[in-house]
Design a protein around this ligand. Structure first.
Ligand code: HEC
Length: 284
């Protein structure tokens, strides 16, 4: 009993420390990414976006182009013509990608590091690393910041080295900072944030009295891009859907297999039960 009490105390203390640690620094909120990995049209659009806007800097080493044929219902010709766009550059000395190859970037790692300060990471399993909600916030969380090297900053990833590569589609946003004295009001505005919000409690001392103010940072559209805010959200959702699929291409098959196994077990149960009744009939 003593042992149990001790263990519970340690667990409770651990939880308290975790809660306190969490209370430090700004709190972040983001919307749930509206994605559906069974929506093949969305995955096709996402794959196209990925190849056109991301593969220039990032690779996806674990993804092979020919997987897209079977999973996304594309023909070899469609994949070769619409997705492996670097093939067309072969005559200029570029490597030609074959359908069976993995998604490589045309950018040299050392060059990328020299330009951005950090090499753009491989995105094969990025959706598992960061989660889809974070990705959805990140790709919509860019705002103009004259003080940064690229002219951009990101509320989900402060001081990020990647510029806003989709700005022509999504337009330019600006950072909106609001201050509240009342915690409830700040929280109310915080949970309603459209893209991603960060809420921080700042403690100050005035005439010896402890004061708290709540600083809420959000993203606000400033100059429109080619797409409306809604259409841009859809494009980003497609892209995140594709990143999620890419991080685990066999997930759909696995779920289907799981369902088949459960159906099999259910049928097996009926037979097992029936056999049991036959055996025990004479005993009762
Ligand atoms: C011009 C080059 C460039 C392009 C194009 C580009 N990125 Fe990046 N990306 C970077 C760099 C550089 C970083 C590293 C940023 C850092 O660590 O500060 C990065 C980081 C990221 C990260 C964060 C990785 C992590 O977990 O730390 C994600 C996610 C990402 N990129 C997604 C994308 C997507 C999706 C696209 C296509 C829409 C894209 N990138 C296009 C250069 C690029």
């Amino acid at each position: 009993m003593n042992m149990l009490r001790k263990t519970l105390t340690i667990v409770a203390a651990g939880l308290l420390i975790a809660a306190l640690a969490h209370a430090e620094g700004p709190q972040m909120t983001a919307q749930i990414a509206p994605i559906d990995r069974h929506d093949v049209a969305s995955l096709q659009r996402g794959a196209r976006m990925f190849v056109n806007y991301c593969l220039g800097c990032h690779s996806a080493q674990h993804m092979r182009y020919n997987r897209l044929q079977s999973d996304l219902g594309l023909s070899e010709k469609q994949v070769a013509e619409n997705l492996i766009f670097r093939g067309a550059l072969a005559k200029d000395g570029y490597v030609t990608d074959k359908v069976g190859e993995s998604m490589k970037t045309s950018m040299d790692r050392a060059d990328a590091k020299a330009i951005f300060g950090v090499a753009p990471p491989d995105l094969s399993v990025e959706a598992r690393v960061r989660g889809t909600d974070w990705l959805y916030a990140y790709l919509r969380g860019y705002y103009r910041d004259e003080k940064s090297a690229t002219g951009w900053n990101n509320l989900a990833f402060p001081s990020v080295a990647m510029p806003h590569v989709l700005w022509e589609l999504g337009g330019q946003s600006k950072l909106a900072v609001r201050e509240f004295d009342n915690h409830e009001e700040a929280k109310g505005a915080f949970v309603q944030t459209h893209v991603v919000g960060s809420l921080e409690a700042i403690h100050t001392k005035k005439d010896g009295k402890e004061m708290v103010k709540y600083v809420l940072k959000t993203i606000e559209p400033d100059k429109p891009g080619k797409l409306s805010v809604h259409d841009y959200d859809v494009v980003v959702a497609d892209l995140v859907n594709y990143l999620d699929y890419m991080a685990e291409p066999v997930k759909n098959e696995r779920i289907q297999l799981g369902i088949k196994v459960l159906i099999f077990l259910a049928i097996l149960f009926v037979f097992a039960y029936w056999t049991k009744r036959e055996y025990w009939k004479d005993v009762h």
